[in-house]
Design a protein around this ligand. Structure first.
Ligand code: ACM
Ligand code: ZN
Length: 530
């Protein structure tokens, strides 16, 4: 009965109803949807007119591939067609309009990126209506500039094709940043030509914990590894750019560095005895900022990183760095004394500042996890708030830019229902769709402080996720809720979203994506704590 009431509510509230049943259901929610009279039937013969613009041509070809399963063939992109796609610079770069009449379809984007988003909206309508699209005028633009998804290929490794699929999924949700967490205690995943041991040694752990960290002593006795060559990285950066996704690499420092220390032991305070970590959690072994050679190494690594990634931002990590080894290290203590630092927290911020300065001299800006606030940060660092929103709120109040990715709403490795016994094994937590959707990046901020919030991001750590099918099970459909907060913060409405999601689900199906069904089955509602 409860489900029936929910379904009736969803029908009453959801989508933009037109005539007898045809609806405009798009996720994330467009800014303005005006129903018109009639409909247009798209067939493989309709054609897409894109003019000579190579980016538009590529966006149209991608769209043609994406709707081919429901049209029964591929539309051709060329000089003529019933679908026209063009650029109108009077619109914002990511904005678009989409007009469907009985005669044809017109998409205008503020740039090729805006046109791409118009085509992604059309993709959902075509799939929902099996080729018949209700006449409509849509005006749309994103609320937040930064809309990201993070993936961890260190705890478990993802192939080039899987990374491309992750990027496709982001682009489908009109997300524009892929945060690629490339270095960790459990594996170094990026080829650095100057330091071959990072991948020869650091990309392989000798075995992996089986079962839950804290409760298990069992290991699988099977070496596990993988890394991306520079050629593969260039290919992925290009693939992402073609989908208007910027790849932001994360090179973790000063903590989460055991794989680097195992490769080059002189990077650590102790200088010997490291091995790539085989279990999860946090290691007390971290880079030694007492040695100049550590900075030389990090700068040499970053010099190769910035050649590979055109992104303005480089993520330098900064989270979960225990200070024990620095307390016992004469060189770290000497650095604290020589630099007039108060304690090990200031030694961490000294390290981050030095790296930030080097990156700025090379035309880049840093993003760091919210721990980089401890010990003081520069005005130009962007904070990624993960330990809830408090770090982000403090940073915005201090005038630093912020990306909100609080574990309370954005950690998609957490369980999706409150009966996790029916879910694949996970890290813990409880993050149903409705709670993700409640993310408020502006919580506790006044108008001026709000201007420092760049946007939102979903994070997917993979300690307990060993297959890409499982990645998608965790990511979908919850990524859609993060995408809607990022794109449509000013117009979000959960019951309306729930209804529109039934259409996005068809787009997942047409793309052959697996996803979790708890939300669709009404199994993920937030229940009262016992
Ligand atoms: C993090 O989850 N340690 C950033
Ligand atoms: Zn040291």
């Amino acid at each position: 009965m409860k489900k029936l009431i929910l379904m009736l509510c969803a029908f009453a509230l959801g989508g933009t109803a037109i005539g007898a049943g045809a609806e405009i259901n798009i996720v994330p929610k467009p800014l303005a949807v005006t129903p018109r009279q009639g409909e247009f039937r798209l067939t493989p013969q309709s054609g897409i007119a894109v003019g000579k613009d190579a980016e538009l041509h590529r966006a149209a070809e991608l769209f043609a591939e994406q709707v081919a399963p429901v049209l029964g063939g591929e539309l051709k992109a060329g000089a003529q067609g019933a679908v026209t796609v063009s650029v109108d610079p009077s619109l914002g770069a990511e904005a678009y309009t989409l007009d469907v009449t009985p005669e044809g379809i017109a998409i205008r984007g503020g740039s090729a990126q805006g046109a791409f988003y118009g085509l992604q909206s059309l993709r959902q309508l075509v799939i929902d209506g099996k080729g018949t699209i209700p006449a409509v005028s849509i005006e749309d633009k994103p609320y937040f500039e930064y809309r990201g998804g993070m993936l961890d290929p260190c705890r478990h490794f993802w192939t080039v094709n899987e990374i491309k699929e992750y990027i496709d999924i982001l682009a489908m949700h009109k997300m524009n940043r892929f945060h690629w967490h490339l270095t960790e205690d459990q594996g170094w995943r990026i080829e650095i030509k100057r330091y071959p041991e990072l991948t020869r040694v650091g990309s392989i752990r000798k075995e992996t914990l089986v079962g839950q960290y804290m409760h298990s002593n069992e290991y699988d006795k099977t070496p596990y590894g993988g890394y991306y060559t520079q050629k593969e990285i260039r290919e992925i950066v290009k693939y992402a750019a073609e989908r208007f996704v910027t790849v932001i690499p994360e090179i973790e420092l000063p903590g989460h560095a055991v794989a680097a220390l195992a490769s080059y032991p002189w990077l650590g305070c102790k200088g010997e005895g490291y091995e790539v970590r085989t279990t999860w959690g946090i290691s007390t072994e971290v880079y030694c900022p007492g040695k100049e050679s550590t900075f030389e190494f990090l700068q040499n690594v970053l010099a190769e990183v910035i050649e590979l990634f055109p992104s303005k931002y480089i993520h330098i990590g900064g989270d979960e760095c225990p200070k024990e080894s620095w307390k016992e290290c004469p060189l770290c203590q000497k650095r604290i004394k020589d630099e007039g630092l108060k304690d090990e927290y200031e030694l961490q911020s000294y390290t981050v500042h030095r790296i930030e300065k080097w990156l700025r001299e090379h035309g880049r800006e840093i993003i760091g996890w919210d721990e980089i606030l401890e010990g003081g940060i520069s005005k130009t660092a962007t904070i990624m708030s993960w330990r809830g929103s408090q770090g982000g709120i403090a940073a915005a109040k201090a005038g630093n830019h912020v990306i909100m990715t609080p574990n309370t709403h954005c950690y998609l490795d957490y369980y999706q229902t409150n009966t996790p016994v029916y879910e694949p094994q996970g890290i813990g937590g409880f993050l149903p769709m409705s709670r993700v959707y409640q993310l408020d990046p502006y919580d506790q901020l006044n108008d001026e402080e709000r201007s420092y919030i760049l946007g939102v991001q979903a994070n997917l750590w993979t300690e307990y996720i060993a297959t890409f099918t499982h990645v998608k099970h965790m990511l979908l459909p919850r990524l859609a809720a993060v995408a809607e907060v990022g794109w449509a913060y000013d117009r979000k409405d959960f019951e309306d979203f729930r209804h529109r999601m039934t259409s996005l689900r068809k787009t997942y199906d047409a793309a052959g994506l697996n996803y979790a069904t708890y939300f669709f089955d009404g199994l993920d509602e937030v229940k009262k704590e016992k």
